[in-house]
Design a protein. Structure first.
Length: 171
């Protein structure tokens, strides 16, 4: 794959994941594909990285309108083939835009699943001892509006959440 955008038969473009490193002079190296285990002919987007840099969270489209959160582990210099997150995060609806807490035990993500407050809401799930993601909690009306909230980023302090919103007096 020599392009960051792949076009399907309908003229729709999808993303791929690339990687670049800073050299000793502070310059970025030429971006290169993260590899065929991650990049497919579908939509593949890097959305979060574990604090230790060993687990990459990826959004993958699973149908025309829906996608899920997958994870890949760094194995030497290569990333493993992505697997769906184990547990209760993914549904038959759209889940994406994830952020992992500094301790790696709480995942914040957006979803358009039914039962939310708006179109897209921000949720969280906690990692259980068995390695699966437990009960999903909507962050409630202090965060979510009847419109879309998306792209959560939890600060390392665990107390500050950055996110995009169409409902909090935005443009």
């Amino acid at each position: 794959m020599n392009s960051s955008l792949m076009q399907d038969d309908y003229g729709t473009y999808f993303e791929d994941v690339f990687i670049s490193y800073k050299d000793e002079q502070g310059n970025w190296t030429e971006p290169k594909s993260i590899g065929e285990n991650i990049n497919t002919m579908g939509h593949d987007a890097a959305i979060a990285l574990s604090p230790d840099g060993q687990i990459l969270f990826i959004y993958k489209n699973v149908s025309d309108l829906n996608g899920d959160i997958y994870f890949s582990r760094l194995e030497g210099e290569d990333w493993s083939r992505p697997l769906p997150l184990p547990g209760k995060v993914n549904t038959e609806h759209w889940e994406g835009s994830a952020s992992l807490s500094a301790d790696g035990k709480t995942l914040y993500f957006s979803s358009n699943k039914p039962g939310g407050i708006g179109g897209k809401d921000i949720y969280r799930a906690h990692l259980k001892d068995d390695g699966t993601w437990g009960k999903v909690e909507n962050l409630g009306i202090a965060i979510n509006t009847k419109y879309d909230e998306d792209a959560p980023f939890i600060h390392p302090d665990g107390k500050t959440l950055f996110f995009s919103s169409k409902g909090h007096n935005s443009m």
